[in-house]
Design a protein around this ligand. Structure first.
Ligand code: E4P
Length: 221
């Protein structure tokens, strides 16, 4: 399963890239609003850090507006993926962008049928929002599992991207459910690295090493 960072914070993306675990990035208007500045400039910077897919979201409601924004984003870098929200106009925009060879990520997916339609329209990625479904007492992971099964059953190339990830357990569950990609906030990536027993073990090894080195003398002989 690929791991994307769900952020517009360039330093977080640099860090994950240095760790060797970064396969791509997703952004959205809310994540961009947290950092501000020029969206284009941020996307350019992110695309210099990773050659993996970088999602840039359109905000127009009408098809022509979505196409204009999508074509603009696609010119920024070859790894840009245009993020389009699920809607009737969104499906048309996805279909037309696919005809132009522009990759899309259909976002705000909350049902298996929405994901199926987005794939049929030609989306490269579909993004079910696991956390937001869990928030309203529906099992978000069911949508991931069902879409992964359907895409495999019918040899559909579209990838299932588990989005709106709220905790490290969601990441494990998304992997078990067959998600092709998970996108997560940097904080959750950090939480995945750590375990109390790992941190405790490192401290103990350091203490034991220091005590032995001290009793063995200055040369450790
Ligand atoms: C990513 O593509 C989505 O926009 C993001 O995961 C949504 O997460 P949220 O529900 O925490 O806002």
């Amino acid at each position: 399963m690929k791991i994307f960072l769900d952020t517009a914070e360039v330093e977080e993306i640099r860090t994950a890239a240095r760790w060797g675990v970064l396969d791509g990035v997703t952004t959205n208007p809310s994540l961009y609003a947290k950092v501000g500045g020029s969206y284009d400039a941020i996307l350019q910077e992110i695309c210099k850090i990773t050659s993996g897919p970088v999602s840039a979201e359109v905000v127009s409601d009408d098809v022509e507006g979505m196409l204009t924004e999508g074509r603009h984003f696609a010119k920024i870098a070859p790894n840009i993926v245009v993020k389009v929200a699920m809607s009737e106009n969104g499906l048309e925009a996805i279909s037309r962008l696919a005809d132009e060879g522009i990759k899309t990520n259909c976002t705000l997916i909350f049902s298996t049928n929405q994901g199926l339609l987005a794939a049929k329209a030609g989306a490269s990625l579909v993004s079910p929002f696991v956390g937001r479904l869990d928030d309203i007492n529906q099992d978000g992971m069911t949508v991931i599992r069902e879409l992964a099964e359907i895409f495999s059953l019918y040899d559909i190339e579209t990838e299932v991207l588990a989005a709106s990830i709220r905790n490290p357990l969601h990441v494990t569950q998304a992997a078990m459910a067959g998600a092709h990609v998970v996108t997560l906030p940097f904080k959750i990536l950090q939480q995945m690295v750590h375990h109390p027993l790992t941190d405790k073990g490192i401290e103990q090894f350091k203490k034991d090493w220091a005590a032995t080195a001290k009793s063995a003398g200055p040369k450790g002989a």
